[in-house]
Design a protein around this ligand. Sequence first.
Ligand code: BES
Ligand code: ZN
Length: 475
Amino acid sequence: MAVAEFMDYVEKHQNDFVERLRKAVAIPSVSGDPNHRPDVFRMGEFLVNELKALGASVETRDLGKQDFHGTQTLDLPPIVLATIGNDPTKKTILVYGHYDVQPALKEDGWATDPFVLVEDDKQRLIGRGSSDDKGPVLGWINVVEAHKNLGLELPVNIKFCLEGMEESGSEGLDELIYQEADKYFKDVDAVTISDNYWLGTTKPCLTYGLRGVSYFHLTIKGPAADLHSGVFGGTIHEPMSDLFAVMSKLVSPNGKILVPGVYDQVRAMTAEEEATYESLDFSLDDLHGAVGNKTNIHSDVKSVLQHRWRYPSLSLHGIEGAFYNPGDKTVIPSKVIGKFSIRSVPDMDPKKLTELVEKYVTDEFNKLGSKNTMIIKCSHDGNHWLASPNHPNYVAAAKAVETVYKVKPDLTREGGSIPVTLSFQDALKKNVLLLPMGRGDDGAHSINEKLDRSNYIQGTKLLGVYLHEVAKVEL
Ligand code: BES
Ligand code: ZN
């Protein structure tokens, strides 16, 4: 009865929830851009105010300063800790989410202003952070509001942990989780995170695995300043040429990592695991739709998913210091920094991975015989995570999916990373569930990121019904 009333409320108040999302998207809380750091703080305050208005007891934790790649010192945005209910007879569910977003510029190719929420004719809510992760974070807040306005008791105590640096490596959060394990997080019975996506576009899923990520900066320093290529070209070792030579040795065009030893750490496939790739709601069409064309390396669905979920990958991201404007400039950049990252999987160890990368890159650079200097550094690493989808927390979530969507969810893993997931599991020794709201084609980190109105509204119902279901199971 309470659940039906709640779902009905969400359905009827969907426009209010969309307005809440509109306000959130309007705050460009880009954690990776120092110019937007004040906006990340504003977004934290927005959530504090929303939560306080709903009667939560809210505190913020200051994480100190960030050394922004040696160029400046920035204040780290606060962790928002909010508690709703402290009834010892109820379970306590910890909800984690992030309020920072990836960078977005209209000139990247967005059809609309990325920080103005626009609903298109397909009822898609378009804007940076709509799906990653403002929509889902607000989904939880919508759930609390619906209960409050209906005068319905929440079936569990909720503890929020919301951060503003997830897209930039969650600096400082691990320490806080371990420090607060016996304090703020003491009574937590299970952890739920809504910060990933359905596999395709039609069927909900529950997610029990993530890849880790190790991010590297490869710096090559040459002349004391940028030089004229007409005057100095052919007479000095050029940093860009060295960088290209080394970066071209990292990964093959068909995605094979060339750093020796990496694949030795990858867990062998069992028949049991192989079976988990059967009958999932995912097709090559879904892949093509999400990619926008047919540039896939693997042509069978299982292989695509295995390379997304259970094999490592290495991506080249960019070169800082290189000439990148339109037009021609005959410059020899004096210092360039190549950026690349490796997604890691069971049983890879991030520390060992960094050692392998450092050794290989150093050897490859030395082979060039260049007089330039090279520095290779891991800027952040986060471990992979794998949980059991048979845990009662997942059983409760599956029931909620059936109530809201009338289908059984797929059980999936993800190729992306949320490094604190493992920290919660290890520090609190509790089950962690990923309960996604958005679809596989939402375009997180890409242009025209969107969250379908139906996913936002049904997703809000899902999060609420899940709380009612998890209240009933033995955790
Ligand atoms: N929401 C994503 C995590 C994600 C991505 C889950 C793709 C499933 C599929 C999250 O906000 C994110 O992008 N995380 C970063 C973490 C990194 C900066 C440490 C990522 O995966 O690149
Ligand atoms: Zn996210």
